[in-house]
Design a protein around this ligand. Sequence first.
Ligand code: PXP
Length: 249
Amino acid sequence: MTAKLNVNIDHVATIREARKTIEPSIITAAVICEQAGADGITVHIRGDRRHIQDRDIELLREVVTTYLNVEMAATDEMLEIASMTKPDAVSLVPEKPNEVTTEGGLDVIGNQKILEPAVKRLRNEGIFVSAFVDPITSQIEAAQSIGCQQVELCTGEYAEMTLGAKSAHGEGAVRAAREIERIRNAAVHGSALGLKIAAGHGLTYRNVGALAAIPEITEFNIGHNIVSRAVFTGLYLAVEEMIGKISKS
Ligand code: PXP
């Protein structure tokens, strides 16, 4: 069975927020992703609102007809947003104020006291709950024990090993292969516990294939690489169009 693809459109909002203006519209982005066949839309609302804003979640909830997955930290502020907007799914993620991007999975074991009531609250609201965890058995078991319905396995470590010089040969390739096995074992274990298995972070057109071959993984959340590619697949046309507007004859 082919895994589902949720497109993470945070970085469309990153461009918009660079000018604090109205374009590019993440609503248009969501609609285009759906028209292209995406199974869902993922966004991460951060405490510092560096890209996705509160209003985006409200509008996306009205517009997205496939599946809306909102990544958030398990804070009171974020849980309130989830309660108000009712996305189809909430993915609980760790968040550090100055990180460039999410730096790894949740420590479910160490944060059980905060996470367990958060999961309960979300599920009581009818929201599907996923936890973003590293491919570590004990963290997956902890996520299941506090009521999560899915784990999203962090593929950041694997992705890192597939970048540039590291990927070509030698230690990087060995570590990437080792990481694929770790992810595969985690997916099999989580699935046996009755959890749905998603994966994401740092995935690209070049490295996703090895993970797509793991049958237990039924969902991918991919953002940065798709938005990056979209810049180049669209740039030629965009320049041609502007030349057309400037042209006097
Ligand atoms: N999954 C989670 C939990 C994330 O935090 C992110 C990044 O926001 C992604 C998937 C998507 O990662 P990327 O943008 O590197 O594809």
